[in-house]
Design a protein around this ligand. Structure first.
Ligand code: ATP
Ligand code: MG
Length: 235
């Protein structure tokens, strides 16, 4: 997709109402260029997952504006009629918990999304295999999710988030269960994806192993974002 990546302006999110309301996001401003990977860092409860869920159209923001590519998706209300199609076609999610489908083997867990998008089974499996190889889990391609270690499950979930080459990838703690070498391999793959397919990627993380690799970082505290330069260390 040609476009301008992700733009978020003045985003807020209130959970609930009245005395029990929680203002999880107060004033979020972010932009991520196509081809860029940015880090999103902040203490527990600062609103990181809430922000990814708003951007991923999983929950409704309260106020603000969000643009994906050249499409305004939210401006005080949703501007897209079919939010399911938006999630399916434009956004790749990598969640904190892997959520693999327990009765499909590893290959089919990854190949399912491109098959649903209309790709032939053979092509979808081939694409899945390429990612499983890059993520060092190809040898587990025929295993069922329950037979995998936590780190292996996480790498399969990452392959699934990337397989449709969406223009936007939202990753919530993608490297938490991984050792240093594999965590850096995940960052390398995200970076390659971003550059090759002009994907805009946001990575929520506490992981000290990968934080130095970001060129730009957003800090979020009490629902307010601040941008700063990262080290941009090579990996
Ligand atoms: N469904 C909900 N209903 C009410 N409050 C919620 C809901 N989900 C999150 N919150 C509150 O919103 C705030 C932000 O939560 P969020 O999950 O976005 O934090 P986070 O930065 O992802 O934290 P962590 O690092 O622990 O994952 C917290 O105060 C949380 O308790
Ligand atoms: Mg969270």
């Amino acid at each position: 997709m040609a476009g301008q990546g992700i733009h978020i302006e003045g985003l807020s999110k209130r959970y609930g109402s009245g005395d029990t309301a929680v203002l999880a996001l107060k004033d979020v401003n972010m932009h991520v260029a196509p081809g860029e990977v940015v880090g999103l860092i902040g203490p527990s409860g600062s609103g990181k997952s809430t922000l990814l869920k708003c951007l991923g159209a999983v929950i409704d923001p309260t106020t603000g504006r969000m643009t994906l590519g050249d499409e305004v998706i939210f401006d005080g209300g949703w501007k897209v009629r079919d939010l399911r199609a938006l999630r399916r076609d434009k956004i790749g999610f990598v969640f904190q918990a892997p959520y693999l489908i327990p009765f499909l083997d590893v290959t089919d867990n990854v190949a399912l999304l491109p098959m649903l998008a209309g790709m032939s089974n053979g092509q979808a499996r081939e694409r899945a295999m390429a990612l499983l190889t890059a993520l060092d889990v190809r040898h587990r391609a025929q295993a069922m999710p329950a037979q995998l270690s936590g780190g292996e499950q996480q790498r399969v979930a990452i392959a699934r988030g990337l397989v449709n080459r969406p223009p936007v990838i939202l990753a919530d703690e993608p490297t938490a269960p991984l050792d240093s070498e594999r965590a850096l391999a995940v960052v390398r793959i995200l970076d390659e994806m971003a550059r090759q397919y002009q994907t805009a990627i946001i990575v929520v993380t506490h992981d000290e192993k990968i934080i130095p690799t970001f060129k730009r970082i957003y800090h979020i505290r009490d629902g307010v974002t601040h941008e700063e330069a990262g080290e941009g260390r090579r990996f």
